[in-house]
Ligand binder design. Structure first.
Ligand SMILES: *[C@@H]1O[C@H](CO)[C@@H](O)[C@H](O)[C@H]1NC(C)=O
Length: 355
């Protein structure tokens, strides 16, 4: 009785919290989400993860108004336009292909997904991406982490032979042309890119000139960031460079040209032992710096003159530092911001960290 009651309550909750379920392909779960005044808008979220689609060459049938499709964990090995087309696919806004075995994607594999904004290709076996593969897609968020990419070419985001050459023809005979927007012809809409856990030894040139705000290059075999390493990425607000085990040097001026950067994660770089204050030149908006578990045990106090917006630094195993006014000078210095600020850390013996 209690169990029955509980099931009843759970079903009720499901109906209210999640959207309504509807019929769909066996093994998939299709959920309708309604919103707007009088639920006037609805979209369908389709979860076909873990079905073992494997070598299937035909697309999974999905409802016409599908916005989000999850095809993760399906042992899919390669991507083609034939696999990602058909009713429902053209209007997809997000596609999850993570945790498959994808080692290859045809240049036109995504060409039918003209409204695709979010693409998750993480944890696959991609060694490269074909030129033009993301061309003309309004992608804002791409996750390519956990692959085997050693480079990312500019042509990945732009159509071959610019000038709107047709890439393919859709079912009704309409030519699908790749529209190249933005001066660089790159990925003008791209805001977030995760490339963690690949084989990149440098910042890919393909990213320069994009409007990227979030970039993650964690756990790649980068040995050094030279002067201007992030040039052309002036819109970045978050830069994650954690777990760079090979990283030995960050040269002065490496972060030049990042006036909007707020968060910089350089944690977990054991071979990085020194950072010249000039490394931080140009980071006028930086608020958070993470150097925990890196070889850098101390920072010269002069970094503060380069980092006027800095609020917190993490160092060593568990040392947190905050910017404060030097004691005793506080009143006298009111109105004279910055001149007497120091970093104060939560260490028992402050001498352990020379700031
Ligand atoms: C700094 O990095 C470490 C290791 O990557 C992480 O555990 C920690 O949460 C980070 N700290 C902050 C303040 O972001």
């Amino acid at each position: 009785m209690v169990t029955l009651l509980w099931m009843g309550v759970s079903l009720l909750l499901l109906a209210q919290v999640g959207g309504a379920l509807r019929n769909c392909h066996p093994g998939c779960r299709c959920e309708v989400e309604s919103f707007g005044l009088f639920d006037s808008f609805s979209l369908t979220r389709v979860d076909c993860s873990g079905l073992g689609l494997g070598e299937a060459a035909r697309p999974v049938p999905i409802p016409l108004d599908t916005a989000h499709l999850d095809l993760s964990s399906n042992a899919i090995r390669s991507l083609s336009a034939a696999l990602l087309s058909g009713p429902g696919y053209t209007t997809l806004v997000s596609l999850d292909l993570s945790y498959n075995l994808i080692g290859a994607a045809d240049a036109d594999a995504f060409s039918r997904l003209r409204y695709l904004e979010t693409l998750d290709l993480s944890n696959n076996a991609l060694e490269s991406l074909r030129d033009g593969c993301f061309a003309g897609l309004p992608l804002t968020e791409v996750d390519l982490s956990g692959n085997r990419l050693a480079e990312l070419r500019l042509a990945v985001f732009s159509a071959k032979g610019q000038g709107g050459r047709p890439l393919s023809v859709d079912a009704s005979g309409n030519q699908l042309t790749a529209v190249t927007r933005g001066a660089g012809g790159g990925a003008p809409e791209l805001q977030s890119l995760t490339l963690a856990g690949n084989r990149l030894s440098a910042v890919p040139d393909a990213l320069r000139g994009t409007g990227l705000r979030y970039l993650n290059l964690d756990a790649n075999p980068v040995a050094e960031f030279g002067e201007g390493a992030f040039a052309g990425l002036g819109e970045l607000t978050h830069l994650s460079l954690a777990g760079l085990e090979e990283l030995r040097a960050v040269r002065p001026g490496a972060f030049r040209g990042l006036p909007n950067l707020q968060v910089l994660d350089l944690s977990g770089a054991p071979r990085l032992t020194e950072l010249d204050p000039e490394v931080f030149g140009g980071l006028g908006a930086l608020q958070e710096l993470n150097l925990s578990r890196s070889g850098v045990a101390s920072l010269p106090e002069s970094i503060l003159s380069h980092l006027p917006s800095l609020r917190s630094v993490t160092l060593g195993a568990d040392v947190h530092c905050w910017k404060t006014q030097r004691q005793g000078q506080f009143h006298r210095q009111l109105g004279q911001a910055k001149s007497d600020q120091v970093l104060t850390c939560n260490v028992a013996a402050p001498a352990a960290v020379v700031l």
